[in-house]
Design a protein around this ligand. Structure first.
Ligand SMILES: *Cc1c(COP(=O)(O)O)cnc(C)c1O
Length: 378
């Protein structure tokens, strides 16, 4: 198979130890000791008002759509260049998705193109912090205020990222994070909903517990619990939370290692940018870089695909992603074809390189050398 995979799930410390503790404690369903420890960590570290662990970021987005009462006919503005879950969560509630283009310098939503898409049916804007790089949140929050809209951050890739001095995920009314094994901090499958607007806290607990007020019951606030709202099973087991907590104890180590790998790519591939072969990622002045992913931009789709083949031949797995959602077969069934040029360009020219915690310097140098020889030895 591949000598260098695209991603490798990693252990940093006590993952299996804590899972053993959870199993031995006799309480392995959700909302036990490890779930609380994880939620407290996030609230304390990033200034989130309230955190609820979920089974995925997709689930957290679905909860957000329920919380803001999305109904048939409501419009939600999201970038076309994103993962399907950003759109699906709202489509499931009957929303009409309005796609916005990416910026010319970065795959993030172009905040300057949002206002012209707002109508009297618009209910929410869902910015996606691509690669953990912040969207222009001041501009987006101003629009939300002016038109009375909700902002839901799809912060799936944005753990430990900052916009100016505010943690990503702490700015919108609601935010969703992912701990899928391809993200910086992992739990296999997992996620969290961040609630920054207090109005949503109580209902979020209910929706996450199958529409019951069981959370209040367990806190002793009510003497019996029952069915009070719609809901589903969105909370993860203690086994997942135990794994996640072990990762959180090592978040600094994980982040500094990823940032080092990211910088190595940037510094060593700079010469190819100077020669005009590729473009390297840009980090806007208002954003930190959480080193979620490293990509290069090729001049054409043909060249990108040739490079993928060349790397594959050398045992390296590099991937592209995000077929622009406005061109997906599902969307085109009921909607006309529109042009979102920047999004389409990222779909055809962006290539993600291997980046994971256990990536050795030797392996990374091997990847860098193979990319260089693709351009320079022909
Ligand atoms: C990974 C990802 C998701 C989905 O996360 P899951 O935890 O797998 O549901 C959603 N949006 C974006 C932008 C992602 O990168």
């Amino acid at each position: 198979m591949f000598k260098i995979p695209f991603n490798k799930p990693f252990l940093t410390g006590n993952e299996t130890e804590y899972i053993k503790d959870a199993v031995n404690s006799g309480k392995i369903s959700g909302d036990g000791v490890f779930t609380k420890k994880c939620q407290d960590f996030f609230e304390r570290t990033y200034g989130f008002k309230k955190v609820l662990l979920t089974t995925s970021c997709t689930d957290a987005l679905e909860m957000a759509a329920i919380l803001i009462d999305i109904k048939a006919g409501d419009e939600v503005i999201i970038p076309s260049y994103t993962f399907v879950s950003t759109a699906n969560a709202f489509v499931l509630r009957g929303a009409k998705i309005i796609f916005a283009d990416s910026g010319s310098q970065h795959p993030n939503i172009d905040a300057n193109k949002i206002e012209s898409l707002i109508t009297n049916k618009t209910k929410a804007i869902v910015p996606v912090h691509y690669g953990g790089i912040a969207c222009d949140m001041n501009k987006i929050m101003e629009l939300a205020k002016k038109y009375n809209l909700f902002v839901i951050e799809d912060a799936a890739q944005a753990i430990d990222g900052y916009y100016n001095n505010q943690a990503l995920g702490s700015i919108g009314h609601l935010s969703a994070f992912s701990f899928h094994e391809t993200k910086n901090i992992i739990a296999g499958e997992g996620g969290m909903l961040v609630i920054n607007d207090e109005r949503f806290i109580q209902r979020a607990e209910i929706i996450r517990e199958k529409g019951t007020n069981r959370s209040q019951f367990f806190r002793g606030e009510i003497d019996k619990y029952g069915w009070v709202d719609i809901g589903s099973s969105f909370l993860p087991s203690e086994i997942i939370a135990a794994f996640l907590f072990a990762q959180l104890e090592n978040i600094k180590t994980i982040q500094s290692k990823r940032k080092k790998i990211w910088s190595n790519y940037y510094n060593d591939l700079k010469v190819l940018e100077d020669y005009g072969h590729i473009k390297l990622p840009q980090v806007s002045e208002f954003s930190t870089n959480n080193a979620h992913l490293f990509y290069i931009l090729l001049k054409s789709e043909e060249e990108r695909d040739l490079l993928i083949q060349w790397l594959k031949k050398n045992g390296i797995w590099a991937v592209f992603h995000y077929i622009s959602l406005h061109k997906s077969s599902f969307y085109l069934k009921d909607n006309p074809l529109v042009n979102l040029t920047n999004s389409e360009n990222y779909s055809s020219q962006l290539l993600r390189l291997p980046l994971y915690y256990d990536f050795s310097v030797e392996d990374q140098n091997y990847v860098i050398n193979k990319i260089s020889s693709f351009f320079l030895d022909k």
